[in-house]
Design a protein around this ligand. Structure first.
Ligand SMILES: Cc1cc2nc3c(=O)[nH]c(=O)nc-3n(C[C@H](O)[C@H](O)[C@H](O)COP(=O)(O)O)c2cc1C
Length: 167
């Protein structure tokens, strides 16, 4: 049986929600990481993923300029930097420099990989669409990486950006 409720109540049932860190360089070459929950795989062949970024975020400028980005799956040990990247804006902060997380250059795009992440995907922007207050960026995966150590993925487990493992 179902009962009609407000969207704001029903959507609270979505947890756990996956978390990714998306990294794009801006026009000055500054590496700008941003934390996103709204992401999905949208094609298997070729492999493609989509991300939804709020129109007000600095990442819109960086992604629109560089037209490529990394999608990182943070590990359960990366909660602090995931919250940091998701609470400061690249408009007035050099998040990547301040965080001092382990990183390495991407292989096929002009971006970086997070060395301690569970996996990293190098993405080339394919297309974009407006969706209300967000822009959906759809990208082709041109190179994939995974950690040589077994790591658990980080998820949002409850409202208020509470992070943890899914099981
Ligand atoms: C766990 C978590 C999930 C988030 N998910 C999204 C998301 O899906 N889309 C989005 O636009 N912002 C999301 N945010 C908010 C942005 O990460 C945040 O506003 C960030 O400071 C924007 O940085 P920028 O201005 O450098 O782009 C999320 C934040 C956190 C902590």
């Amino acid at each position: 049986m179902q009962k009609q409720v407000e969207y704001s109540d029903a959507i609270k049932t979505k947890y756990p929600e996956q978390v990714v860190i998306v990294i794009a360089k801006d026009k000055n070459g500054k590496v700008n990481p941003v934390t996103l929950g709204w992401t999905m795989i949208v094609s298997g062949n070729p492999p493609m993923m989509a991300i939804a970024v709020a129109k007000k975020h600095y990442s819109i400028e960086a992604i629109s300029y560089s037209r490529c980005f990394t999608i990182c799956y943070p590990s359960s040990e990366m909660a602090d930097e995931t919250l940091f990247f998701g609470s400061k804006s690249g408009r007035d902060t050099d998040k990547f420099a301040e965080c001092k997380c382990n990183a390495q250059p991407a292989e096929k795009i002009d971006s970086v990989l997070l060395s301690d992440a569970v996996a990293n995907f190098e993405c080339l922007l394919d297309s974009q669409a407006e969706a209300g207050d967000h822009i959906i960026f759809i990208a082709k995966i041109v190179c994939s990486h995974m950690n040589t150590e077994p790591k658990k993925r980080l998820y949002t487990t409850a409202p208020g950006h509470k992070l943890g493992t899914a099981s």
